[in-house]
Design a binder for this molecule. Structure first.
Ligand code: SAM
Ligand code: SF4
Ligand code: SF4
Length: 333
């Protein structure tokens, strides 16, 4: 199933809730996502059966990997049952999750038993003060670290950690995070701060180019690039020459990878987005609930993917990205 630029539909990110236990300033600033904010009610969310049904349809169209995200996916009640439902979908190679990690001490074990393969934990600082500022929370970093440890303990491995780097916020901590990851057997990926949504106060000066991150890491612990295994891999991978594992960078802003983007996104309300920077999605919840057949839904998705011309990060790099777009917490990272 190829789009207008020949990109195959291979990965699906599913947001299972728009709620979150943190208020990271770059994602869900409290001024916007405060007590007044209206989140989706239960009936508006896709049920686990609906998600599994869509997963089977997406697999027929070529999807091989599904990542659960949010909001905070672990806040969705019974999420391990959803994982079990997805793990049973024939033809799906992998079910993974991106989480803030806070509920992993309780849920890592049931998730592992349900068939989750790996987990990515988001962590932007090891310093309590910076973490609390960034995530607008009273939680200490230790709460996230306990989640990472729980994931490792049950074999959700290798655990990956995502760190969004912002100049003047946590960029001085790159080496300390890398050192912790090397010592803990975790692969960290440093992500460029992106202008997703319209509420996160993005400024270009805040972006630390991945090339700068690589240079700094190399100066401290020599690294070499690892050959990328295939299309759709967004992280640029490096290997420490001293054998202490790998580290990655995701250069969405300075080295956009739209040409290789094989990813679709499903919002928790059941809309299909063909780009992280899209302003609108295709409603799949209505057809799921009004008796439309699987074949017809498959045709709707196929037509949308076929028409796809998204390349927003490329356009940004060329200076032409503007207009309204959906919030990250709504469709997942
Ligand atoms: N709550 C989960 C978590 O934090 O891992 C899953 C959802 S979160 C939206 C997914 C990922 O998007 C996180 O790793 C987060 O750091 C990243 N993210 C959110 N806003 C971002 C931004 N403006 N630029 C880059 N990454 C961002
Ligand atoms: Fe929540 Fe994840 Fe967004 Fe932070 S990045 S506010 S943890 S959804
Ligand atoms: Fe894919 Fe859109 Fe990101 Fe480009 S900007 S890599 S098309 S999600």
């Amino acid at each position: 199933m190829a789009d207008q630029f020949g990109r195959l539909l291979q990965d699906l990110r599913i947001s299972v809730t728009d709620r979150c236990s943190l208020r990271c300033r770059y994602c869900m600033p409290r001024e916007v996502f405060g007590p007044e904010h209206v989140f989706l009610d239960r009936g508006a969310l896709l049920s686990f059966e609906e998600i599994a049904r869509l997963a089977r349809i997406f697999v027929r169209l070529g999807v091989r990997k599904i990542r659960l995200t949010g909001g905070e996916p672990l806040l969705r009640r019974g999420v391990a049952d959803l994982v079990a439902g997805l793990a049973a979908v024939e033809g799906l190679e992998e079910v993974t999750m991106t989480t803030n990690g806070l509920l992993l001490p309780r849920l890592a074990e049931p998730l592992r038993r349900s068939g989750l393969r790996r987990v990515t934990v988001s962590l932007d600082s090891l310093d309590d003060h910076t973490f609390r500022e960034l995530a607008d929370t009273v939680q200490p970093v230790a709460s996230v670290l306990k989640g990472v440890a729980a994931a490792k303990a049950v074999g959700l491995a290798p655990v990956k950690v995502n760190t969004v780097v912002q100049r003047g916020v946590n960029d001085r901590q790159i080496e300390s995070i890398a050192e912790w990851a090397r010592d803990s057997g975790v692969t960290v990926r440093f992500i460029e701060f992106m202008d997703v949504g319209t509420t996160n106060g993005w400024r270009r000066e805040r972006v630390v180019p991945a090339a700068e991150v690589v240079e700094r890491l190399h100066a401290r612990w020599p690294i070499e690039p690892v050959h990328r295994p295939g299309a759709g891999m967004v992280a640029e991978r490096y290997r420490y020459l001293d054998g202490a594992g790998e580290v990655g960078v995701i250069a969405s802003v300075t080295r956009p990878f739209c040409h290789a983007c094989t990813r679709a996104r499903l919002s928790s309300a059941g809309e299909l987005y063909t780009c992280l920077f899209a302003s609108a999605g295709l409603d799949l919840r209505t057809p799921l609930r009004d008796g439309t057949t699987d074949g017809e839904i498959e045709a709707l998705i196929a037509a949308t993917w076929f028409a796809r011309t998204d390349r927003s990060s490329q356009l940004r790099a060329e200076g032409g990205l503007s207009g309204p777009r959906v919030e990250m917490s709504y469709i997942g990272g």
